[in-house]
Design a protein around this ligand. Structure first.
Ligand SMILES: N[C@@H](CCC(=O)N[C@@H](CS)C(=O)NCC(=O)O)C(=O)O
Length: 213
């Protein structure tokens, strides 16, 4: 059965590949699976039909007739296990899964905190004073990731779902990578993959169509 994912009908990022359905589209493109997309308005995301798929009223979700999933990490893991090609065999498999978790639970929170501090907290009397501390946390986390990657192409041998999730996270925050040239190159390497390009084009096409609506 062709899987169906959910995505923004009108993405606030204006089709720049930052909405998280990008990770799911990319994974499906990497494993060569066609998919359908159910586009949702912000109001529809908070309605009961979608809350049954995603209790937090967010995108993306994934349905394939057997499972209904939310959380990008869980969806990409399911796609990788179900269709093959994104997870290595043996001990490396566990390490790739570790990197998937690291992307969303160790690296992404620091970057999201920076986004919150810069944009959502701006104007608060304490916002300016807090920024150096938040920048420091991001620099420390990215420094650790950069040190691990070193001169390698990918985090642990060949490209895996761990890289897909990590590049998916970093892609949203490219301005934060400036002091880490190997991370800039890492994201560029991921974004140059034909599967990424197809996913990006599909997401961008939705945004363009939303402008005509
Ligand atoms: N941890 C979730 C985060 C999902 C998420 O934040 N989705 C955003 C779009 S990229 C969203 O739906 N935002 C609208 C909202 O939270 O109301 C995942 O990785 O799937």
């Amino acid at each position: 059965m062709t899987p169906t994912i959910t995505a923004f009908a009108a993405s606030p990022d204006r089709g720049r590949g930052m909405a998280r359905d990008m990770r799911v589209r990319w994974a499906l493109e990497e494993v060569g699976r066609a998919y359908e997309v159910r586009l949702l308005s912000f109001a529809e995301m908070k309605e009961a039909a979608h809350l049954a798929r995603q209790p937090f009223g967010q995108i993306p979700t994934y349905e394939d007739g057997e499972v209904t999933l939310f959380e990008t990490g869980a969806i990409v893991l399911h796609v990788a296990e179900r269709f093959g090609g994104l997870l290595p065999e043996g001990a490396a498999r566990g390490r790739a899964v570790s990197w998937m978790f690291a992307a969303v639970s160790t690296v992404e929170p620091a970057l999201l905190e920076l986004e919150t501090a810069r944009f959502f907290d701006a104007g608060q009397p304490w916002a300016e004073a807090r920024l150096p501390m938040v920048h420091g946390r991001v620099a420390r986390r990215l420094g650790q990731l950069s040190a691990h990657l070193g001169g390698a192409d990918w985090l642990d041998g060949g490209f895996s779902a761990g890289d897909l999730m990590m590049v998916g996270v970093l892609f949203r925050f490219q301005d934060a990578l400036v002091g880490f040239p190997n991370l800039v190159d890492y994201v560029a390497r991921g974004a140059a993959r034909p599967a990424f390009q197809r996913a990006f084009a599909a997401q961008f096409a939705v945004y363009q169509a939303s402008l005509q609506a």
